[in-house]
Structures are given as C-alpha cells and as structure tokens.
Design a protein around this ligand. Structure first.
Ligand code: GTP
Ligand code: MG
Length: 683
C-alpha cells in the first residue's frame, strides 16, 4: 500500500497516513454493494422495497461519500501539518547546529587570540576599545576591563622613535579611509606605566557582509630587541667599540661628503691626522688595559675640544682623524695646535704612575682642488709622520705637491735605501769614546753607519735613518752592521777596545735577532767581552720586558750594554733599575750647552749620580769643547765622546799599517745589509 512517512531532522520516522483517495471511492461503493446483497439475498424484498432500499442506500452512500471525503480532507491536513512540523524540527536542529558551530568558532578564535604572541586590540566603529588580548594588555599596561570602551588613543599611545612626536592613530585612519593605513617603521609604544616598546603594527577594518565598517582590528608586536640588535649592527659597522667614536670607514664616508661639498660649493674644510706620541710606552710599562683606558680618556679630552660640526674618529691604534668642517686653514691650524696643547697638559695616571702625553698632527686643507679621500688621508698621514720626524708633539701642514717636502724626500730616500741595501753602499765609521778618569779604564769606540749615495757621496745618518725606520728597513740594516763588524771587521775586536754597536727599536722587536747574534758570535769566535750593544732609552722602554731578557741572555755570554740618549725620553729614572746595563750615555742635548746652562749642567750631574749609584758607568755624548770636557772630568763622568775627542772616521783608518787589505776580505763586501736606529753619535 502506498503511504507517506515523516521524519524529524535526525531521520527518525514520526508517523504515516493511508492514501484517502482509496478510502473515498471504495467505501461508498462497498456500502451500496453490501445493501444490494442484503436486499436480494437476505431480505428477498419486492421491487418497491428494493427501490426504497436502493434510494436509502444511495442516500446513505452519498452521506458516507461526503463523510469519507471530509475524513480524507482531515487526513490530508494532518499529513500537511506533520510535514510542516518535521520541516520545522529540521530547521530548529539546523539552527542549533549552526549556533553550536558558531560558539565553537568563537571559542577557538578567543583561545587563539589569547594564546598568540602578537598583541591584538579590536575596536568598535567609533574607535572605542572592545577587546585586548593578554599580550596587548601586557604591552599597553591596560587590562581589558579598564580599557574597554576607552578611545584607542588612550590605550595605544605611539610616537616616532627619532623625533618623539606623536604617531598618527592607525584606527582612526582605518575608520576614515576604510582601509589599512601604511605603518611607519620607527613606532614606539609608550605603555601606561611609561615603558617604551619598539613595535611593528598593522591595522585592518572589520566589515559587515554589506560592507559597513564595524570596527578595527589592530595587531602589533614588540620588536624592541630586534630593533636594538639591528641598530647595534648598524652602529658596530660604523663605530669603534673602545672609544665609541666613528671608525675609519665611516670617517672616510664623511670625508667624501666634505670633498664633494668643497668641489660643489667651494667650501673649505680641513683634515687632521693625529697619532699619539710614544703611546707604546704606556702599553709596555703598565699594560694594554691601561693603554685602552688612555685612549678612552684622550677621546673624552679631544671630544670636548672640537666643535659640534666637526667629526672626530678613531682611525686605528693610537690614530685619530679630525674633520674640521667649514674651516679655513688658519683656523684649522689653531684648532690642531690647541689639541696638541691640550693633550700635552693632560696627565694620565695609572696605579700611581703618571704619564705625560704628546700628539703629532698632520693637517691637510680640503679645497675644491682635492683629489679624493684616499689621497687626502695619505697626505695627512705623511704630514703626521713629518710632525713626528720634526720632534713630535706638534702640527705639520702638508706642503703640497709643488714644493718638495720632507716626506717626499723621505720617500725618495727610502727608494735609495733599498738600492743601497742591494748595492752594498753602506760603510762603517767609528768615533772614539775616551776614558776621563785615571782609573785604568780603556778607551772604547762606537761604530757608526754611513751610506753612499748614487754618486758615491757620503750621506749622514740623519738623512736616511728616519726613512729607514719609517719604511721598515732599519732592522735589516742593523743586521748588516753586526754581520759586517763581526765578519769583515772581526779584527777590531782584538784591539782591546770595547766596540759599541747600535740596535734599533725595530730590531729589538725582532724575536729572531738574539739567535742571529749568538750564531754570529759562535761562527766568528767573537770575544763577546768587547761587544757593547747600544740601545736607546726610548727603544728599551718600548720593549721593556723583551729588552730585559735580551740583555740578560747576551750578558751571560759576556756582551755589554749601553743605554743610549739617556734623559731624552719621557721615561722615569725608575726604569733604570730594571735594565741591567753597563753604561749610561748622557743625551747630547744636556751636554752640548752645559758650560752655559746651569740646568743642563745639573741634569748631567744628576744622571751621572744616578748612574754611579746604580753601579753603571757614564758616558757624555756630544762633547764639543775643552771646557765641557773639563767640567765632565770634574763631575766624575767616566767617558766622553764628541768632536773635541775625535770626529767619526772610516773604520779602515784603525787598521794597523801592516794588516792592510788582508784584514778586510773584499769578498764579504757583497753581503747585503738588511736595516736601524739612528746611529747615535756626536755631531
Ligand atoms: N692599548 C692599546 N694599544 C693599541 C691598540 N691598538 C694599537 N695599539 C698599540 O698602539 C701602538 C701604536 O703604535 P705607534 O703609534 O707606532 O707607537 P707610538 O709609541 O705611539 O710611537 P709614535 O707614534 O711613533 O710616537 C702600538 O704599539 C700598538 O700595539 C689598542 O686598541 N689598545
Ligand atoms: Mg703613536
């Protein structure tokens, strides 16, 4: 039988109804047929009764038919209601399902917002705060309860990092323009208690289906650390970590700007190259840490003295660069000289030791004609070396290409030196050192170096030693002197005189020199007792620890040592206690004028006294006349050296007549020197 069934939303059958069409037709027909059968078979009535019965039956049938139809209509309505009911049940179920899904979705979103690392704030369409997640609470310093309903600008206070000016409110922009605003990179959030966070933020409008803006969602995160790291990286690339000054690279970049402005607008600037004088003494006597501290203190000192528009940089080691912007040469010289005076009057104190400093400054004007940064820096560097050469603690202005300057002469000289090394154009001279007291001490002599120029003319040491030092040829020249003296002039050491040989500071830095000397002494069977190495006071103090062990090692085999130019350095007399030398050579600058100058005389007397107290013999250099000689003798100075006693002369003059050429095998002359120290000698 066909039937309809109804189900609820979950598919359960809730009811079914027979088809009323069958009932409405079959029921009356069945009633009429049943009546006829009753009349014929059961009652056997006559036609009239039959007719009346038929009529009644027909009426009954019609009534039944009507009744049946009504029932059928009712059934149909019930059927319809059931269907509607079922549809309603389905809809309710569906809505419940959707609501549940929505609640779940909301829960998920809230959990997500709660747990993400980004800070989130949402606002309504008027910019009032609706929601803050915990990260936003922590960054802004506002709790959700306190912040809710407040204007965003009260909770989310942002400024530009550099200027500190208030940054535009992203939410207001979003609401006005209905799109996400471009966010600046340098935004800083100031929290309720006043903490500053570098943040990165984005904002986007929240829209309804129909497009109306319902509010704004603002997402931001704390990038303070990342930003600091990035800023630190930028800083490190351009700054010196010790002094916090800009470094060479950044200095060159700024110099480039200055050169450009000089060319473009005809502006005048100046470049200074500063190198501290004898900075190494501090490192060597009180340590590298003290040296670092000194560099920092000098930085502070110089910083105070330069104008705000000038640039001070650390170019490396003890070298500083100073760019004087918009500064004519005269003014630049004035500033540089002031810097020299300032450094000079400064005292560096470290563990009860006090150091006086000096600085040498090379200065180059930057004009429209400047070639470029590299050229300017090289010129300033050369000028700085010229200042050093001229006695340190001074300013030297670069003299330009046109005029031959000392530095150019030095560069030329260095080229000549290399040639002299290759062509064996060095000669050994000697100068006597005469015993002044009648105590049986024998005379000595000092070996001095000379160079022959291309034309065979003699070049005095002052003219090539600075260049040899500057261009690292001096240690090689020193070795040549030792090798030649011990080899070609081995005979000298058998004359009974002690022979003085100068060693430069660079040589003392050379760790292999000791072995070299020891090997030569063994090779030539040298009477070490007659070998006296002369080391300048400054060189000794520059390498104090090394020099002490160097001296000790050579003294062990019999060599002697003299401390040269004593009194000329900045060092204190206490160093003398540490240096196991045999002779103190009193610097010629005190001796030369001691006849007239009572202070010089007092200095010579004091040094002589100190020498004798420490068990060291004294030698006066640069003794030029008899008066001085007499004074020295009276003072008790042990030896004297100078023009009045003998000018430097070729070593061959000392050869005994008979020995002649035989003692100087010419084959050894081809040994090339490898360089030196200003051969200390009397004028
Ligand atoms: N403490 C310290 N010393 C440094 C640093 N950098 C370089 N130096 C040292 O600084 C010295 C600089 O050398 P120079 O300028 O040639 O030596 P100086 O003794 O100043 O001699 P002059 O400049 O010729 O007067 C060297 O001995 C370096 O080892 C540093 O960062 N800290
Ligand atoms: Mg220096």
């Amino acid at each position: 039988m066909p039937h309809h069934s109804f189900e609820d939303g979950s598919g359960k059958v809730v009811g079914s109804v027979w088809s009323n069409r069958w009932i409405s037709v079959a029921l009356p027909v069945a009633v009429v047929l049943a009546a006829l059968v009753v009349l014929f078979v059961v009652v056997q009535a006559d036609w009239l009764v039959i007719s009346a019965g038929l009529a009644m039956t027909a009426l009954l049938a019609v009534y039944l038919l009507t009744l049946t139809r009504r029932v059928a209509a009712d059934v149909e309505r019930t059927e319809e209601l059931s269907r509607a009911n079922a549809a309603l049940a389905t809809e309710v179920a569906e809505r419940q399902r959707a609501e549940k899904a929505l609640a779940e979705e909301k829960e998920r979103a809230e959990v997500t917002l709660h747990s993400i690392g980004d800070a989130v704030i949402t606002t309504d369409a008027a910019g009032g705060v609706l929601y803050l997640n915990p990260v936003a609470e922590s960054l802004t310093g506002w709790s959700l309860e306190e912040a809710r309903g407040k204007p965003l600008s009260a909770v989310f206070r942002i400024v530009h990092e550099g200027s500190g000016k208030r940054a535009p409110d992203p939410v207001r922009h979003c609401l006005k323009k209905r799109k996400a605003p471009p966010m600046a990179r340098d935004i800083v959030l100031i929290s309720r208690p006043g903490r500053r966070y570098g943040i990165q933020a984005t904002a986007a409008p929240i829209r309804a289906h129909e497009g109306a803006v319902l509010g704004v969602v603002l997402v931001f995160n704390d990038v303070t650390e990342a930003r600091q790291l990035a800023q630190e990286a930028v800083r490190q690339a351009s700054h010196d970590p010790l002094t916090d000054l800009i470094n060479r690279r950044e200095f060159e970049r700024r110099l480039e700007h200055s050169v450009a402005s000089a060319k473009q607008y005809g502006m005048q600037h100046a470049l200074c190259y500063l190198d501290l004088d004898q900075f190494k003494i501090v490192n060597d006597t009180v340590g590298h840490m003290a040296g670092d501290e000194l560099l920092k203190q000098v930085t502070v000192l110089l910083r105070q003295k330069v104008r705000s528009r000038d640039t001070l940089a650390r170019l490396g080691g003890d070298e500083f660069g100073l760019l004087l912007n918009n500064c004519p040469l005269g003014k630049a010289v004035e500033i540089a000289e002031m810097a020299v005076a300032e450094v000079r009057s400064f005292r560096f104190v470290w563990t009860e030791k006090t150091f006086q400093l000096g600085v040498s400054i090379g200065l180059v004007p930057i004009t429209a004609g400047a070639e470029g940064t590299a050229q300017l820096l090289a010129q300033a560097d050369v000028a700085c070396y010229t200042a050093k050469d001229a006695g340190r603690n001074r300013v030297h202005v670069y003299e330009g290409e046109g005029r031959p300057s000392r530095q150019h002469a030095q560069i030329v000289r260095a080229a000549e030196l290399r040639g002299a090394v290759e062509e064996d154009r060095f000669r050994l001279f000697y100068q006597p050192i005469v015993a002044l007291q009648d105590d049986g001490e024998a005379d000595h002599l000092e070996l001095l170096l000379r160079m022959l120029d291309d034309d065979g003319k003699m070049v005095p040491p002052d003219a090539f030693i600075p260049a040899a030092e500057r261009y690292d040829l001096i240690a090689a020249i020193d070795r040549w002197v030792i090798r030649t003296a011990f080899g070609r002039h081995r005979w000298l050491f058998d004359t009974g005189s002690e022979i003085g040989i100068n060693l430069s500071g660079n040589s003392l830095n050379d760790d292999s020199l000791l072995d070299y000397i020891q090997e030569l002494i063994a090779e030539h069977d040298m009477p070490a007792r007659y070998v006296c190495f002369e080391i300048t006071e400054t060189a000794a103090i520059h390498n104090l620890t090394k020099v002490i062990s160097f001296i000790a090692a050579l003294k062990e085999i019999g060599c002697r040592f003299a401390l040269d130019d004593f009194g000329s350095g900045l060092s204190s007399l206490t160093y003398l206690k540490n240096l196991p030398v045999d002779y103190l050579k009193i610097d010629g600058s005190f001796v030369r004028n001691m006849a007239e100058d009572p202070i010089d005389r007092a200095m010579v007397a004091a040094i002589n006294e100190v020498g004798h107290t420490t068990g060291v013999l004294t030698v006066a250099e640069h003794v030029e006349n008899e008066t001085i000689l007499e004074r020295l003798r009276e003072m008790g100075v042990d030896y004297a050296q100078g023009y009045v006693l003998g000018r430097p002369a070729p070593i061959e003059e000392l050869l005994p007549e008979s020995a002649g050429e035989a003692a100087v095998p010419s084959g050894e002359a081809s040994e090339s020197p490898t360089p030196a120290e200003p051969a200390s000698e009397s004028p």
